[in-house]
Each structure stands twice: as structure tokens, then as C-alpha cells.
Write a protein that binds this ligand. Structure first.
Ligand code: ADP
Length: 168
């Protein structure tokens, strides 16, 4: 049983993340999407909301499951008995950060490798932060996120608009 962990913030999950999951789930027997629980980071969605959105959006992938972790990723990898870490690569700016993180993790846990999957050209410009920024200003993000996420983002936008008393 070859298990891989795909860690990230997923605030929220996008079509770019789903593409990485569809492709990596063909390479491993099981993939655990591990949502990072970072109390210091200001997220738009709670941990539970992020997990729920991933579960809903990956129903077509039977070998993908959702979990969360806090603390060191390598400790979580050992606890799960995973053989690999999956990460997605979009641009050159991703590369430098990802390279450092992969080297650091490899230094702490040499028996586990990070497997990088290149974004498809269709999704390489999608990031959770850009999606949030556009959606919270009322922009159309239906092509960038699955329908369940689009609905939740629209709800957040509506709440903010009402909170600020902004009219249509
Ligand atoms: P983190 O805060 O750990 O970067 P993210 O949720 O932003 O968490 O991303 C998790 C992983 O998914 C990272 O490896 C990131 O590069 C990758 N990723 C994010 N968006 C895309 C995309 N559009 N295409 C491919 N990989 C992506």
C-alpha cells in the first residue's frame, strides 16, 4: 500500500489542487489531503469548512481522503506511514520555496521524497489567494473553483457586503 500525503492550506481548494489530486491519485494507492492547522495564520475558511469543501469536491476520487495536522509535516508523515509528499508546481517562484521545503523535509526524514506535479497550463495561474481576492470583490470565479466552493465564496461575499452596508 503506497500512501502519499498532499499537504497545504487549501483556503479554499481550487481546480488547480483538484487537478494535482486527480493525477497523483493515479500514482499512489491512497492520497491523504492534509490540511494545515495553523493558529497563527489568518484563514478565510475554518479548518472544518476547508475539510468539508475538499471532501465534497473529491467525491469522484475514491482513494483520496481528507485529514488535518499541526506541527511538523515530517512527524505527521511518520504517523501516517506515508512514503511520499505530493506538491504542485506552478511557476518559477513556487520552485524556490518548494525546493527549500523539500530539502528541509528530506534532511529530517531521508526515506521520504517529495513528488512534484506540474500544473497543467489551464490552471497554472490559479491560487487560493487570488481566488479569494477576486471572489470577495464579487468577481466571477466559477472557472477556477468547484461549484461547492464557488457557492461558499459567494456567501462570504454576501455576508461582507451586508456587513459593510454596500449596495449592489
Ligand atoms: P500552501 O500554503 O502549503 O502553499 P496551498 O493550498 O496554497 O498551500 O497549496 C498546496 C499545494 O498545491 C502547493 O504545493 C501548491 O504549489 C499547489 N498548488 C496550488 N495551486 C495550484 C495550481 N493551480 N496548480 C498546481 N498546484 C497548485
Amino acid at each position: 500500500m503506497r500512501l502519499a500525503v498532499y499537504p497545504g492550506s487549501f483556503d479554499p481548494i481550487t481546480k488547480g489542487h483538484i487537478d494535482i489530486l486527480e493525477r497523483s491519485s493515479r500514482l499512489f494507492d491512497r492520497i491523504v489531503v492534509a490540511v494545515i492547522h495553523n493558529v497563527n495564520k489568518k484563514e478565510l475558511f475554518t479548518l472544518e469548512e476547508r475539510k468539508e469543501m475538499i471532501r465534497e469536491a473529491t467525491q469522484h476520487l475514491p482513494n483520496v481522503e481528507v485529514d488535518c495536522f499541526s506541527g511538523l509535516l515530517v512527524d505527521y508523515i511518520v504517523q501516517k506511514g506515508a512514503c511520499a509528499i505530493v506538491r504542485g508546481l506552478r511557476t518559477v517562484s513556487d520552485f524556490e520555496y518548494e525546493l527549500h521545503m523539500a530539502m528541509m523535509n528530506h534532511h529530517m526524514l531521508p526515506e521520504v521524497d517529495t513528488i512534484f506535479i506540474m500544473s497543467t497550463s489551464k490552471y497554472f495561474y490559479i491560487s487560493s489567494s487570488m481566488v479569494k481576492e477576486a471572489a470577495l470583490l464579487g468577481g466571477p470565479v466559477g472557472d477556477l473553483v468547484p461549484p461547492n466552493v464557488e457557492a461558499r465564496l459567494r456567501e462570504k461575499w454576501r455576508q461582507r457586503k451586508e456587513g459593510k452596508g454596500v449596495s449592489d
